[in-house]
Design a protein around this ligand. Structure first.
Ligand SMILES: NC(=O)c1ccc[n+]([C@@H]2O[C@H](COP(=O)([O-])OP(=O)(O)OC[C@H]3O[C@@H](n4cnc5c(N)ncnc54)[C@H](O)[C@@H]3O)[C@@H](O)[C@H]2O)c1
Ligand SMILES: O=P(O)(O)OC[C@H](O)CO
Length: 341
């Protein structure tokens, strides 16, 4: 691992731009690649990402590179921040272009659509032998870009690589904790997007604060049950990557997934709601994959399943809520907090 990393950030939306800015401010040579060459040229000229983070002044040390091969040339760390539906394709594109010394990090939250495979599984399959780390946790790009205090996690089986990524991003108001539970960290970041839709729907229907707290807590239970079944560490799910991001996204109106839920709860159709948000709303694809994984492990996750059904228009939000409330009475933790479930 090189002591003087060169960073390529792939994905010039709000989160890729915010993370690239943190690294560049730390003096790390950083290139930001995006698929829209005109947008990159405008960023280079104005030092602003006008569409995604207009208030952020982009540091002088941040370079913009529309050519993927140039962006990757000599880069020793590649940080992928494209939406989950584009993740596998992005890996395929970079495989022949990577520097032999390059290690891989990502801040995408989600699964491979259609298979429920974790992003770390895709990285291991397509880029074997390279250190791999996920950056996740409660972090609205706009707040990070505005220098507001934030704490995230970096998980990797390679502790030195996790530490290197944490150091690369560290700032007076940006703190990264490290860990080794890549699966747990990824599961928390993906599932909270689905659960945020549920609380958003309830808030859009003006069901009150009791409903919101109930959904967050029972949602956390779903995250723990699926996580433990898949081999995640419960403490990862109870930490920043799980509970932390769940609370943020279920209560913070900057969350696009929460805003989607609010719109659905107000009777707005899904296509119109997603178009109004105008950015990536990961729950739209992630809900299917959470339910796929739950079915595979024979787990009943009623909130996640309800969100999936509402997103597909199979039930209305009112019908979805009625179904949740009509479930049979049972103990809160039939088999203890951490299972076995
Ligand atoms: N924005 C946040 O606060 C935040 C925080 C943590 C994690 N994330 C995660 O980061 C990922 C990216 O989200 P974002 O917020 O930056 O999204 P965004 O909507 O702000 O931007 C999406 C970017 O992805 C690009 N893109 C879309 N399809 C692409 C493709 N096929 N190939 C290459 N680029 C493509 C778009 O051009 C755009 O630049 C998501 O998984 C999201 O959950 C976002
Ligand atoms: O806007 P959301 O709902 O995609 O959430 C953004 C981040 O994942 C919050 O940690």
């Amino acid at each position: 691992m090189s002591d003087q990393p060169i960073l390529a950030v792939l994905g010039a939306g709000s989160w890729g731009t915010a993370l690239a800015t943190l690294a560049a401010r730390n003096g790390v040579p950083t290139r930001l690649w995006g698929r829209n060459a005109a947008a990159l040229a405008a960023m280079a000229a104005t030092r602003r990402n006008q569409r995604y983070l207009p208030d952020l002044e982009l540091p002088a040390g941040l370079a913009f590179e529309p050519d993927l091969a140039n962006a990757l040339h000599g880069a020793t760390i590649v940080l992928i921040v494209v939406p989950s539906h584009a993740f596998a394709e992005m890996l395929d594109e970079i495989v022949p272009l990577l520097d032999p010394a390059a290690n891989i990090a990502w801040a995408t939250k989600g699964f491979e659509p259609g298979t429920g495979r974790f992003l770390h599984e895709l990285v291991a399959e397509k880029l074997p032998g390279r250190a791999a780390a996920v950056i996740t946790g409660p972090s609205f790009a706009r707040e990070v870009a505005g220098g507001m205090p934030s704490a995230v996690t970096v998980h990797s089986e390679d502790e030195a690589f996790a530490q290197q990524i944490a150091t690369l991003l560290h700032a007076p108001n940006f703190r990264a904790y490290t860990g080794k539970d890549v699966l747990g960290a990824e599961l928390g970041g993906a599932m909270k997007n689905v659960l945020a839709v549920a609380t958003g729907v309830a808030d859009g229907m003006q069901l009150g604060l009791n409903a919101r707290a109930g959904l967050i807590t029972r949602g956390m239970n779903e995250m723990l049950r699926l996580g433990v079944a898949l081999g995640a560490r419960p403490e990862t799910l109870m930490g920043l990557s799980g509970l932390g991001d769940l609370v943020l996204t279920c209560t913070g109106d900057l969350s696009r997934n929460r805003r989607l839920g609010i719109a659905l709860g107000q009777g707005i159709g899904i296509h119109e709601a997603v178009a109004q948000i105008g950015q990536v709303v990961e729950s739209v694809v992630t809900a299917d994959e959470v339910v796929r994984l739950a079915d595979k492990h024979d787990l009943d996750l009623p909130i996640s399943k309800g969100v999936r059904a509402v997103l597909h228009g199979e039930v209305t939000p009112v019908e979805g809520l009625k179904a949740l409330m009509a479930r049979e009475q049972k103990p809160e933790y039939p088999k203890g907090l951490f299972g076995p479930y």
